[in-house]
Design a protein. Structure first.
Length: 72
């Protein structure tokens, strides 16, 4: 699960950066990468959503368990 947590965290950060770009500059990186193709955009947004949900689970883990997960 260690790699799943790290990948989820990276994807959630990328999603946060994308929302920052949308908010600050009205520039959607996902739509630019997928050239506006809705199916691929939805897939990317779904993956980022799942990663964010996993990050929420990480947040609520015991501190002791969380340290063990990231020490590996």
């Amino acid at each position: 699960m260690n790699y799943v947590y790290k990948i989820s965290l990276v994807l959630a950060i990328i999603g946060g950066i994308n929302w920052g770009l949308v908010g600050l500059f009205n520039f959607n990186l996902v739509e630019t990468i997928t050239m506006g193709y809705n199916v691929w955009s939805r897939i990317i947004y779904t993956i980022v959503c799942i990663a964010s949900l996993i990050c929420i689970l990480i947040l609520f883990l015991n501190l002791k368990e969380r340290d063990c997960v990231f020490d590996k």
